[in-house]
Design a protein. Structure first.
Length: 273
């Protein structure tokens, strides 16, 4: 699942390829917008807002897309072979005379008036990588429902925008509590650190091809994906269990020694993401 840093990188790639250039190719392969033709219009910029991508196009239009679990935007030099997946997975093509951006498996693709972008992203909390970042508001949002599990509160993009399943587990490790701890039970000293810590993780990885939360090469993550290997700090076997509301369960990793707090009794030895 893409995190805010992945989406930010995708926005930058698209912006570099398309911004300031007139579209010579446009193909939106979703029924509602299949007849929309954007050729002849310049792309103004491409921005990430949380995990949403906003491609602003001359004439007051915004192409809104979301990658969800496995969507992606690839950029190709014209004449190069496209390699992002089979043709039937292509949802969008935007190209100029040099390069072509191809959106694969995009579960959300819609054309909006730029003035109506808030309909797509207005529900988002402060964006960890955005100009509107507000650490106090983000923390207040997380603590708003003190009974809610911290891991769930961190994933809720209405609280703060940009954290996905990997950073959820890593952040709870760095905070020294399990993701099942009620948000209101987070000790005050750690609650205070939470917004800055989350921002630091995403910022550190914004320009990196390989995500790292540990700062050390070869061991990029503290807990995510590491069950049942030993914790980097204490050598206890990392555990994994699903966390979610029943409709969307997410594999969640933690160290039972470094991270006190409630946790499910059952764990699986192996889990593929
Ligand atoms: Zn540990």
């Amino acid at each position: 699942m893409p995190e805010g840093d992945t989406v930010w990188q995708a926005a930058r790639r698209l912006d570099e390829a398309l911004a300031g250039r007139v579209l010579t190719r446009s193909d939106l392969r979703v029924p509602r917008f299949a007849t929309a033709d954007l050729t002849g219009r310049a792309v103004l910029d491409v921005a990430a807002r949380g995990k949403h991508l906003l491609t602003r196009i001359e004439g007051g239009l915004t192409l809104h897309s979301h990658l969800r679990m496995d969507g992606s935007w690839k950029v190709y030099e014209n004449g190069r072979r496209w390699s992002g997946g089979p043709g039937h997975q292509i949802r969008a093509i935007l190209g100029n005379t040099d390069r072509t951006a191809v959106g694969y498996r995009l579960p959300v693709l819609e054309l909006l008036r730029t003035a109506d972008e808030h309909r797509a992203v207005g529900h988002l909390g402060p964006d960890l990588l955005g100009p509107d970042w507000d650490p106090d508001q983000a923390l207040a949002n997380i603590l708003q429902d003190p009974t809610r599990e911290l891991g769930e509160a961190l994933l809720d993009q209405r609280n703060l925008a940009g954290i996905g399943n990997v950073y959820k587990s890593e952040l709870c490790f760095l905070l020294g509590v399990t993701p099942w701890l009620p948000a209101g039970a987070l000790p005050a000293d750690r609650a205070e650190k939470l917004p800055a810590l989350a921002k630091r993780l995403l910022e550190a990885n914004r320009d990196r091809p390989i995500r790292s939360t540990t700062g050390s090469r070869g061991q990029d993550l503290f807990v995510y994906g590491r069950a049942p290997r030993p914790c980097l700090r204490c050598r206890t076997s990392i555990r994994v269990a699903d966390q979610g509301d029943g409709s969307r369960e997410r594999p969640t990793y933690w160290c039972p020694t470094c991270q006190p707090g409630p946790a499910p009794a059952t764990t699986r030895r192996r889990h593929t993401n």
